[in-house]
Design a protein around this ligand. Sequence first.
Ligand SMILES: Nc1ncnc2c1ncn2[C@@H]1O[C@H](COP(=O)(O)OP(=O)(O)OP(=O)(O)O)[C@@H](O)[C@H]1O
Length: 320
Amino acid sequence: MEIFYHVLINPNSGGGNGRIVGEKIIDYLSEHQLAFDVRFTGYPDHERQFIRELAQTTLREYQPEDQSNQPYPLLLIIGGDGTIHQVVNELYRLKKQFPIAYIPAGSGNDFARALNLPKDPVAIIEHIHQNTQPTFCHILHYDEAIYGEEGLALNNVGIGLDAAIVYETNHSKVKDILQKFNLLSFSYLSAVIQTLVKQRSFPILVEANGQTYNFKKAYLCTTSNHPYFGGGIPIAPKASVFQNKLDLIIIEKPSMLLVPWIAFKIFTRKHLEAKFCHYIQANKIKIVSTIAQHGQADGEELGERSYDITFDLIEQPFWF
Ligand SMILES: Nc1ncnc2c1ncn2[C@@H]1O[C@H](COP(=O)(O)OP(=O)(O)OP(=O)(O)O)[C@@H](O)[C@H]1O
């Protein structure tokens, strides 16, 4: 199948890695005389505008028996989890199911891990180019009743600790300075330590599989469709984008002395059976937190507020 690549690059993702990866891919496409055009985002949310333009003028849904005599227009996204989050949400808003090819260039790249993509961007574009059809993956769909918001997440939606870490990292006073010196991971680490101490426990109500659960001392409450968050932490080791199930992980506020042991349990994927952890798998999950908490979807802030949020899964085609 002949393909025309519509490349969309967030040059700022991964502290500038997006530009480096993007240039490698442009070189690859040029050297192999493949048809493409390229767009660089210039500011936050810019990807949404490009997607609207491409959706109106150029992209088309994939049909196994494509009758068109034009090359297939394939969207190729280069950026981090936040970039691809914006893209799928804009496509969802437009009610379009265009396949997405994705080359990670962020700092976390959890969705790329979920798809088991190779580390080398050139190896990824080679696979993409050899492929002839998309694969449908399950991604999270959420509906928040209090603010009437709806959206998609490729990785996870968190209420509590993980979302407070995202907030702290994004609003850290030293973040811009550390970014200049390529020390963003220090800003993340300092946000993690500060938030571990600062985050209080909160009560939540969960409805899943026809049952209602009350958790009085939730600390971290993450709904996921694959194992990873925070750049490779296997928080939901049994989740997979290839199965039609959501995984909810709730961790209760521990004594600070136990944090290293809990971290060890999580990294060795042995936390699901531990006393501090509650694990629920279902196709639909409702979570109510009446006490205002930070929320995050794929590392993008949802705000500090109460939540009445229902999750299920939708299918999105990916080309990898
Ligand atoms: N040129 C740009 N300058 C600044 N922000 C941008 C630009 N283009 C896109 N964005 C915004 O950056 C955010 C996404 O960044 P992204 O998550 O891809 O990178 P990252 O944070 O480095 O990676 P990761 O999420 O994997 O850690 C999105 O909200 C997006 O709208």
